[in-house]
Design a protein around this ligand. Structure first.
Ligand code: R5P
Length: 256
């Protein structure tokens, strides 16, 4: 992979892969990675037409899974359809909405990375798990159950891309180390809002845990309230402290 003088990408796979079973692993954040995925798929399309499996650890645009307003693109559908052109199987990790699975007209499996997060948080001595909004409550339940600790959730209203409002609720977290668990951290606003509630209620310490850490501009500042931040390696960042590779490897073996 390299770039032309004007910044356009150049992709060449020099090995002869004819007849090989090919598994392409490519994340899709930031945006350039999406284009890389399409070009890599195209480069492999002659050798792997019948058997290309694409592993997309972070499936971008998963939050735009429908038209919220007339005239909008259904972005996750557009991506799923494009990936399908050169692949018949796709694995993802914690896609934001399961609807994406319907958009990929081939075999698709969404693997949970939450067990990886649970491993880290257990080692980290976390006493309780909290979902920062109702959508994330299934994640908090899974992580809490795997760790054998209690879990709870908050209710959040999104005002705009940068602003959320979280409802206050008594959580019984005094002197506890609490992990706030979500699928994605983007601006960090959702996490920070939950952390403020936890600190106000006397939590001893707070940990932010997510599968996909995007950490867009300003997120690091917003997340300073946390004593620890952990993300997986579906998107690489300085907070990628745990890998979902074991979860993916296990599923790839049985996925055919
Ligand atoms: C949305 O429902 C997701 O699960 C996350 O809560 C959201 O994407 C986090 O965004 P931010 O970090 O910008 O608050």
């Amino acid at each position: 992979m390299s770039e032309f003088a004007d910044g356009e990408l150049y992709v060449r796979i020099p090995e002869d892969l004819d007849g090989e079973e090919i598994i392409l692993v490519q994340t899709t954040y930031p945006n350039d990675k999406l284009l890389e995925l399409y070009l890599l798929q195209d480069a492999l399309s002659d050798s792997a037409k019948e058997s290309l499996t694409v592993v997309v650890p972070y499936f971008a645009y998963g939050r735009q899974d429908k038209r919220f307003e007339e005239g909008e693109a259904i972005s996750s559908r557009a991506i799923a359809r494009r990936v399908r052109v050169d692949a018949n199987r796709m694995l993802t990790v914690d896609v934001h909405h399961k609807r994406v699975l319907d958009y990929f007209d081939g075999m698709m499996l969404d693997v949970s990375g939450m067990p990886a997060l649970a491993r880290y948080l257990e080692e980290d001595g976390v006493d309780m798990v909290l979902a920062p909004d109702e959508n994330a409550s299934r994640h908090a339940k899974l992580v809490g159950d795997l760790m054998g600790v209690g879990w709870d959730y908050l209710k959040k209203e999104r005002i705009d891309s940068w602003t959320v409002e979280t409802e206050e609720k008594a959580l019984g977290v005094k002197d506890l180390r609490v992990a706030v668990v979500d699928d994605v951290i983007s601006t960090g606003g959702t996490m920070a809002s939950a952390a403020r509630i936890l600190k106000d209620q006397g939590a001893k310490s707070v940990v932010a845990g997510c599968i996909h850490g995007l950490f867009v501009k300003g997120a690091e500042d917003r997340l300073k309230v946390f004593d620890d931040i952990v993300a997986t390696d579906t998107v690489s960042s300085s907070h990628s402290k745990v890998s979902v590779a074991p979860e993916l490897a296990k599923e790839i073996k049985t996925f055919s």
